[in-house]
Every structure is written in structure tokens, then in C-alpha cells.
Design a protein. Structure first.
Length: 413
């Protein structure tokens, strides 16, 4: 019997993570201010060392040229004493006196140079500390506009597009950068406002005719005297209309969930997952799929409706894309490493590893499940990923051994 070929493995994923890890020592981060301080202080220190070396060499040369001494002693009674050069007390000849005087003079010169060097190094150290502190203060003052730009950018990242830098001061490069950033924010705000207006108008314009069509179809289907062929056609049109409504709702939710969540409230993922399981329970019973799992408390800050949409989409997909017999879905919530985690795993068909990334694209399914499928409109995982990103989290999928998927949603607490 020929061996079953192994499933192709997934290509290596990039290791870059857009979420920057928190450094262990934030104050050691090589900021521009620290680098400018080191540059200013280092240049002052190098200049001081050069100046000290020149002064030391000049002083050594002056002491060497002006410090030579020579004595000639006449007579027979030699009686020379010195407290700074006690070796003279034992001198017995002229040559010995001159030799001792030269050695004492050299010792004094060296002592004077050492004293000059030690005092100069202490003065240089004190001036270096002052220079680094002054350089740090000046760098902070020069770079303060960048701090305003950074704070405004962080506020804008939280979807507060009304913030502006409005930097005053001289017309230099930093003010030009701030003004350019303000202009960009103005254009972005207009674009997002137009997008929100379009989403609202599209919601009204698309929902209204679909609702009218559904009402008319339901009225005609309620007529007991309608022919069987007409009733069958009405049911088909009603299913198509319902599918169109789901598609519109999914597109609108996808458009809204791409932005960051501004108003956040405490939401327990265990409660959200429990509500999603309750909504899908009847469909799971009809398909013979057993739902199990333990939901432990995991409170996050976010939008409860959108988070419920994540859980509902994942559980619905797990039930619909399952095996026809003895299937199960496991839904768990817990807190791991300071993050709230929702895991939905299920039995089902074997999913190739290279197809995982395609599942999160709009209107993309497995190769055997295209737009003709009656299991959905192909937006569930796209919406789940957008909602997770809007909450500062991420979602990942892994093939289960033996078939099915393991969907993992991680959200910050």
C-alpha cells in the first residue's frame, strides 16, 4: 500500500511583530536626546583631554628647561643640609652634591607634574559632568517640539483625529514638520468623516430595499393559495435576499471594525463566549455537533457587541465546517501571561497549512468552499481579525492533527 503523502507545511512566517516589546530598562533607550547629550558631552570631554595634554606637555618642558641646577663647592669643610633633599647631609664631594641636587630636582618636577595632572583631571571631571547635564537640558529644550508631535501622533492613533500640534516658535525644520503633520491630519479627518458618512448612507440605502424585498416575499409566501412552484421560487428568493442582507451587514461591520475602539468598557470573554455558544447551540444540535469547553473569567476593555461578533463567527464556523458525524467544538477562555485568550477548536476536514492565511481574506474559503456555499458569505474571519486588531489584539489559526482548526484570539487586558 502506497504511503499517504504528507501535507505541505506552511511557509515560514516573518518574525517581525508590529507590537514593540517593552524594553527591560526604558531609560536606557537610545533616544535622540541621549545621543545628542553623549555627542555634546563627548566632544567637550575630548577637547578637554586634548587641552589638558597640551598644558601638561608645555608645563613639563618649562620645568625641564628652567629646573637645571649646578653648584661648585670650594673649601675643605662641606656642610650643606636640606629638609627637602636630606641626601645632601651625607654628601662628601662636589660631584656628589651636584648629582644629588639633580635627582632631587627631577623628583620635585615629577611631583609638580603629577599634582598638576591630578588637579586638572578633577577639574575636567567636574566640567564634564556639568557639560553632560547642560547638554541634556539643551537637547531636551531643542527636541521638545518632537515630544509634542509624538503625543499628538499617539492621540491620533487612538482615533482622535481632531487633535492638532499647532506648534509655535521660529520657522525652522521642526515647525515645518509639525505644520505638515497638521495638514496631513486635516486631510485624514476629512477622509474618515467622508467614509463614516458613506457607511451611514450605504447602510440606509442597502438595507431599505432588502427589507422591502423580504417583506414582499414573506407576504406572498404566507398566501396558502399560491402554487407550489411559486412558493419554491419565493423560498429561493428569500434565501438569496437573506444572504444579501448578511453580506451587507458583514461589509458594514467590517468597515466599522477597522478603526480603533474609542469607548471601551469591561467585557468578560467568558460571558461573550457563553452567549455565542447559546446562539449556535440549536444549529449544532441539528448537525450532531457537541459543544464543550470551560470558560474562565477573562475581562478585557473593549466593545461588547464587537467582541461577541468574534466569538459568534468563530463558533459558527466551527459548527458549520465540521465532520458529518461525531463532531465536536471546544470553546475555552482564560488569562495567559497577562492577556485574555479565547480558543475555539473543532473537528473537521483537513486544512492544508498553506491555506490558513487565505481564510482571513474577505470572500475567501477553502478551495472546495467558494461563493456557492450556503455556510456563509466569507466575511466571518475577516471581521474577527478586524475586530481583534481594533482592540489591540490578534487572531491566529492552526490546523488540528486529524482535521479541523484551532482558532486563538489574544486580547490585552
Amino acid at each position: 500500500m502506497a504511503a499517504t503523502p504528507a501535507l505541505p507545511t506552511a511557509p515560514p512566517k516573518p518574525t517581525w511583530d508590529p507590537r514593540k516589546p517593552e524594553p527591560p530598562f526604558p531609560w536606557l533607550r537610545p533616544t535622540i536626546r541621549i545621543r545628542l547629550t553623549l555627542l555634546y558631552g563627548g566632544m567637550f570631554l575630548i577637547a578637554g583631554i586634548l587641552l589638558l595634554s597640551i598644558i601638561y606637555l608645555l608645563a613639563a618642558q618649562a620645568l625641564h628647561e628652567g629646573g637645571g641646577q649646578s653648584f661648585t663647592v670650594r673649601g675643605t669643610n662641606i656642610g650643606i643640609t636640606s629638609s627637602t633633599c636630606p641626601q645632601l647631609n651625607q654628601a662628601t664631594s662636589n660631584s656628589e652634591i651636584n648629582s644629588i641636587l639633580e635627582s632631587c630636582d627631577a623628583v620635585k618636577r615629577q611631583h609638580a607634574l603629577d599634582d598638576l595632572l591630578s588637579r586638572s583631571l578633577l577639574a575636567l571631571l567636574g566640567l564634564a559632568v556639568i557639560a553632560f547635564a547642560f547638554g541634556y537640558a539643551m537637547a531636551g529644550r531643542v527636541l521638545s517640539p518632537l515630544g509634542r508631535i509624538t503625543r499628538t501622533a499617539r492621540a491620533v492613533a487612538g482615533s482622535d483625529l481632531s487633535r492638532r500640534i499647532e506648534l509655535d516658535g521660529p520657522d525652522d525644520e521642526l515647525k515645518e514638520l509639525a505644520d505638515t503633520f497638521d495638514d496631513m491630519l486635516e486631510r485624514l479627518q476629512r477622509a474618515f468623516t467622508a467614509q463614516q458618512r458613506f457607511v451611514g448612507n450605504a447602510s440606509h440605502e442597502l438595507r431599505t430595499p432588502l427589507a422591502i424585498n423580504r417583506t414582499l416575499l414573506e407576504v406572498h409566501l404566507s398566501d396558502p393559495g399560491a402554487p407550489v412552484e411559486l412558493q419554491q421560487l419565493g423560498k429561493t428568493l428569500l434565501a438569496t435576499n437573506e444572504r444579501s442582507e448578511q453580506l451587507v451587514e458583514g461589509l458594514l461591520l467590517l468597515a466599522r471594525s477597522d478603526n480603533q475602539i474609542v469607548e471601551r468598557k469591561p467585557v468578560d470573554l467568558a460571558e461573550v463566549a457563553g452567549q455565542a455558544v447559546d446562539q449556535v447551540l440549536s444549529e449544532a444540535d441539528a448537525k450532531g455537533v457537541k459543544i464543550r469547553g470551560e470558560q474562565r473569567p477573562a475581562v478585557v476593555q473593549g466593545n461588547g457587541v464587537l467582541l461577541e461578533r468574534i466569538a459568534l463567527n468563530l463558533v459558527q464556523n466551527a459548527v458549520r465546517y465540521n465532520v458529518p458525524k461525531d463532531g465536536w467544538v471546544e470553546v475555552t477562555t482564560e488569562v495567559q501571561h497577562g492577556q485574555a485568550v479565547l480558543v475555539v477548536s473543532n473537528t473537521g476536514p483537513v486544512v492544508p497549512a498553506y491555506e490558513i492565511d487565505n481564510l482571513f481574506e474577505p470572500f475567501r474559503r477553502l478551495r472546495t468552499e467558494r461563493t456557492g456555499s450556503d455556510k456563509g458569505v466569507g466575511l466571518g474571519l475577516s471581521i474577527a481579525r478586524s475586530v481583534a486588531r481594533a482592540h489591540g489584539g490578534h487572531i491566529s489559526a492552526q490546523p488540528r492533527e486529524g482535521g479541523g482548526l484551532v482558532m486563538r484570539v489574544t486580547l490585552p487586558i
